[in-house]
Every structure is written in structure tokens, then in C-alpha cells.
Design a protein around this ligand. Structure first.
Ligand SMILES: Cc1cc2nc3c(=O)[nH]c(=O)nc-3n(C[C@H](O)[C@H](O)[C@H](O)COP(=O)(O)OP(=O)(O)OC[C@H]3O[C@@H](n4cnc5c(N)ncnc54)[C@H](O)[C@@H]3O)c2cc1C
Length: 516
């Protein structure tokens, strides 16, 4: 499977210097006020719509708002646009049936799910009309297309800028501005140029969720935040990016958190403690076969059904991302995946997931703990030799117990069951393999509560005037299982953008109220 070099593909835009002046004299009609002391004084500018974040949610909303006649500013905290979207595999999808969606994620928010189900095809039509790079629809699949992520981001940024929009990179939304009637009237942002107050009729939050927020992850998911791989735009970055900024900002002015989704997330396992640098880490080093493996924690014990849950679009059977979530709650968010040759050939091979190298070789080449042996006894001795506290005797006992049950088709009856029989294969054909992995977190599921118009709801479940969301900042579209994430950005960007553009002038005027 092809991989991409993410290091330099996305076009960058810098805000310092000419851009402010250019904008002040241009599209915003000279609304810039400020002082020469850029680092200490607060500049103030005016536009129609501010979009926070430039992944699929933000860029879709930006171009849609612009098409609806608005002057739009996109703020991007990173030094280049694209967010996790630019690092993704580009499958924009949701379930082909609403019933399947509900059955797969019954605890998800039905309003959000219905909105995605009904509107994702419209978002595809919009991209097609725009001429955006988008793979052809497959027969019978109305809710699944693919984007070449970097090319798509570049196209959307180009489209946005040709339409007169301004992208400010390395500029983060810090908080929302509200007036005395608690209408959102803009944002306070910060970049290298200092603080900027941007006044706008509407704000769209598209900051990609909170996978990189130590506080939110520790509160909701695991105490081992520091052991998680940030399998998103923050990977290896100079600054954490997905730190829940949209959620925090909206919460501060009374937005409702979703009722569910907080303890679950989307992601895939990645190598524990590699000694060498990983090339294309988010694709080459993601694991996709936990559900076909036997998974033991640092104590050497199985702790969860590797096949639990239901994967969208399948009659039954969870994907690897479910056991990856369970690992997050084990000591150091670390576990060993153990498998045999048939699984290696069919599930851990170069073509079996993302990346174009087989997973065992990939882990070995970067110095992560791996083991290969012709007997399970030799394998468990090598696992113990990792020095991570996984006693060979305990791992052997767990493998024996599992193998006995699996050979009899009774893995579902184990004290810790493996319920999907076709994935509960016995380890019986050498060589045997093991890798030490840690949880990778990509996208969070708890977040902001919205209605079908993309409006963020208050704690009394009324729309907050002037505030919209798109993408992973919206919570509970899925809950525990994986229903796709790019589709949330495409759909709600498609909806929130024009709605934000249509937002009337604030009834309470442009003066900020007591909260801001
Ligand atoms: C390897 C990989 C493969 C994947 N493949 C798929 C796939 O095939 N299908 C799928 O559905 N999903 C996939 N995903 C997940 C998907 O890419 C993301 O969940 C999705 O892109 C999120 O989109 P978004 O617009 O919500 O956020 P993002 O694309 O992450 O964009 C959010 C942006 O907001 C910026 N930001 C954060 N805080 C602020 C602030 N305060 N002010 C301004 N900007 C801010 C961030 O820097 C970031 O650029 C994959 C992910 C990875 C890593």
C-alpha cells in the first residue's frame, strides 16, 4: 500500500508581516487597529466568520462559508494547514445504512449520526462540483469516497485563498468572545505576532478534539497519558496540537459536553519504545491485527476480549482499534501482541493495513522489542528477556489456556473470552511472533454537543448564538467503535460553513460582555 511523505507536502502560510496589512486594506475593509507593540498590544480585526482549525472540518466549513458570501479567516495553530486530515489514509465514509450505524454504536448521539448519514453524500457532491481531488464512488457505496489527503488539503487551501480567504498559521484560538447577551462575537487568538481579537458574526470550532490534552485524557481515558502515542497531527511535533481547545473554549461559555463517548477513542497500537526513528510512523507503524492475536499486558496476562465490539459494516467482530483502547488502561498502556505464521501472512503483512512493510519487520527495524521463535516456549523466554516484567511462565500458561480453548472452538468460554470464533485462532503454526506495543490515540469521541444545523448547544440544550462546530470537536458521533472520522468533518463542515455565513449580526452588539 502506498505511503506518503508528510514532511513537506502541505503548503504553508505565514501570518506575520504583510498578511495583516494586506488583509486590512483588502477584504476586511481596513478594519485592523493595533499598535506598533505587536507583542504586548491586542490587535483587533473584523471579519464575518472565523474557523478554528484547518483539517477536513475546518477547510470544508471555510470554503462553504465563503461560497455563501462570507469573508472568512481560518486560524491554524500548527505551522502548516491540514491537521490529522493531512496524515490520514483519506477514507471519508460512514455506514451504508442508518440502522447499521445505530446497531454498531447504539450509545452514540442519534442526531449527529442521522445528520452524517443523510448529508455525507451532499458533501461529496460539493467536493465534486468544486473539482476537489476525490476518488470515484464505488458501486453500491453512496457513503464512502476517498481523498488523497495532502493534495486535498492543498486544493482546499488554494480554493479558499483564491476566494479571498485568509489562513493564519501558527495562530491559535485561545478563547471565544461573547457580548452581554452571551452571543459569540469572535475569538481571542494568539500567534508569534501577539494577541489578536477577531470580531465575527460566527465562529466554527474545528480543532480536532482532545487526544493531546493530558487533563482530558487522564480524566476520561487512562492515567497513562504519557505512554500513549499521539497517532494524529501532534505526532513528534514541537507543540501539542489536539489539546481540546474547541471543547475548552465552548465549555467556558456554557456549552454542553456530550453525554457519552468520553472513555473511548479511535486509534491503533504502535511500537513501544523504539530506539530508532520511524519513517512514516502513522501508517507504517500502526498495528491492524490485535483482534487476530493473543494480547497480554506487562504482567503477562490476557485482560480483554481481543475481538470485542462490532465494526461498522460487518455482521459482527471488532477491529484492532477496540483492543487498542483496552490496552490504554493497562499498566503503561503497553501490551504484547502474539501471533503465528498464518496470521502473520494474512493479517500483519505489508498489504494488510496501512503502510507498505510487514509489521514484525517494521517493529524490528526500529529497535522496538520483538520476538520470533519456532516454539512457544522459546518465544515466551524471549518475551521475558525484554526485561519488562512479563514472566515466561505466566505468558506460557496464558497461551496454553488460550490454545486449548481455541482448538476446541471454546475461546468464548474462557474467563476472559475471545468471542468471535473465526478470529480466535489457536497459535499452532511456527514461527511465532510477538511485538511490544503501546496504545496509539487518533481521535477522541467525547466532545461538544451539536444539533443538525451544526450549532453548538448550551447546557440547557439551546443553540449558542454564533457558535458552530465541525469534525472531531463534535462528540459522540461514535462511541467506543469506529464509524469513521473524516466523514464527521466533511458533513459538519458542509453544514456549519453556510450556516455560520448566514448568522445575523449579533443582537447584543459588538462590545464584549463580562465573560470576555
Ligand atoms: C494514519 C491515519 C489514518 C487515518 N485514516 C482515516 C481514514 O481513512 N478515515 C477516517 O475517517 N479517518 C481516518 N483517520 C482519522 C482522521 O484523519 C481524523 O480523525 C480527522 O482528520 C479529523 O479531522 P478534523 O478536521 O476534526 O481535525 P484535524 O484534521 O486534526 O484538524 C484540526 C486542526 O485544528 C488545529 N487546532 C487545534 N487547536 C487549535 C486552536 N486553538 N486554534 C487553531 N487551530 C487549532 C490543529 O492544529 C489541526 O490542524 C486517520 C488518522 C491517521 C493518523
Amino acid at each position: 500500500m502506498a505511503t506518503r511523505d508528510m514532511d513537506s507536502g502541505v503548503s504553508r502560510r505565514h501570518f506575520l508581516g504583510g498578511t495583516v496589512a494586506g488583509v486590512a486594506a483588502g477584504a476586511w475593509g481596513g478594519a485592523l487597529t493595533g499598535t506598533a507593540q505587536a507583542q504586548t498590544a491586542v490587535q483587533e480585526i473584523r471579519t464575518d466568520v472565523v474557523i478554528c482549525g484547518s483539517g477536513i472540518g475546518g477547510l470544508t466549513a471555510a470554503v462553504r462559508a465563503q461560497q455563501a458570501g462570507a469573508n472568512v479567516i481560518v486560524l491554524e495553530k500548527a505551522y502548516e494547514p491540514g491537521g490529522t486530515t493531512a496524515h490520514s489514509e483519506g477514507g471519508v465514509w460512514t455506514s451504508e445504512s442508518y440502522e447499521d450505524m445505530r446497531e454498531t454504536a447504539p450509545n452514540g448521539d442519534p442526531v449527529v449520526q442521522r445528520t452524517i448519514f443523510d448529508n455525507l453524500p451532499r458533501a461529496f457532491d460539493f467536493y465534486d462540483e468544486l473539482g476537489a481531488p476525490l476518488g470515484a464512488a464505488r458501486p453500491g457505496r453512496t457513503r464512502s469516497r476517498s481523498i488523497p489527503p495532502v493534495a486535498w488539503v492543498n486544493f482546499m487551501v488554494g480554493e479558499f485563498e483564491r476566494g479571498g480567504g485568509t489562513l493564519m498559521v501558527e495562530t491559535a484560538m485561545l478563547r471565544l468572545l461573547t457580548n452581554r447577551q452571551y452571543e459569540v462575537i469572535g475569538v481571542l487568538a494568539e500567534g508569534e505576532q501577539g494577541l489578536i481579537r477577531i470580531l465575527a458574526r460566527a465562529v466554527v470550532l474545528a480543532t480536532g478534539g482532545w487526544a493531546g490534552s493530558a487533563q482530558l485524557v487522564t480524566q476520561n481515558i487512562t492515567r497513562y497519558f504519557g505512554s500513549l502515542h499521539q497517532r494524529n497531527a501532534s505526532f513528534g511535533g514541537r507543540k501539542p496540537l489536539l489539546t481540546g481547545d474547541g471543547f475548552w473554549a465552548a465549555s467556558q461559555i456554557g456549552a454542553a459536553p456530550t453525554e457519552g463517548g468520553w472513555d473511548s477513542f479511535y486509534g491503533h497500537g504502535m511500537p513501544a519504545r523504539p530506539t530508532k526513528q520511524m519513517q512514516n510512523p502513522l501508517t507504517n507503524f500502526s498495528l491492524y491485527h490485535g483482534n487476530w492475536s493473543v494480547v497480554v499486558n506487562l504482567r503477562g496476562r490476557r485482560f480483554a476480549d481481543e475481538t470485542q465490539g462490532k465494526q461498522a459494516g460487518t455482521p459482527r467482530g471488532g477491529g484492532e482499534q477496540l483492543i487498542n483502547q483496552e490496552v490504554a488502561r493497562q499498566p503503561e498502556a503497553t501490551a504484547a501482541y502474539i501471533w503465528d505464521e498464518p496470521v502473520n501472512v494474512s493479517r500483519a503483512c505489508a498489504e494488510c493495513g496501512l503502510g507498505d512493510i510487514d509489521k514484525f519487520t517494521a517493529f524490528k527495524d526500529i529497535g522496538a522489542p520483538v520476538a520470533m521463535a519456532n516454539t512457544l516456549g522459546e518465544l515466551t523466554a524471549k518475551i521475558e528477556a525484554w526485561g519488562r516484567g512479563m514472566p515466561a511462565a505466566v505468558v506460557s500458561q496464558q497461551l496454553d489456556e488460550y490454545n486449548t480453548a481455541a482448538k476446541n472452538g471454546k475461546a468464548w468460554a474462557l474467563p476472559i473470552p475471545k468471542t468471535i470464533t473465526e478470529q480466535a485462532v489457536p497459535l499452532q503454526q511456527p514461527p511465532y511472533y510477538a511485538v511490544l506495543m503501546q496504545t496509539g490515540i487518533t481521535a477522541t469521541y467525547g466532545g461538544l454537543r451539536v444539533n443538525a444545523e451544526g450549532q453548538v448547544l448550551s447546557r440547557t440544550l439551546r443553540p449558542i448564538r454564533g457558535l458552530y462546530a465541525a469534525g472531531v470537536d463534535i462528540g459522540n458521533h461514535s462511541n467506543y467503535v469506529y464509524l469513521g472520522n473524516l466523514g464527521v468533518g466533511a458533513t459538519f463542515g458542509y453544514i456549519s460553513g453556510p450556516n455560520a455565513a448566514k448568522q445575523p449580526e449579533p443582537q447584543g452588539g459588538w462590545e464584549t460582555g463580562p465573560l470576555t
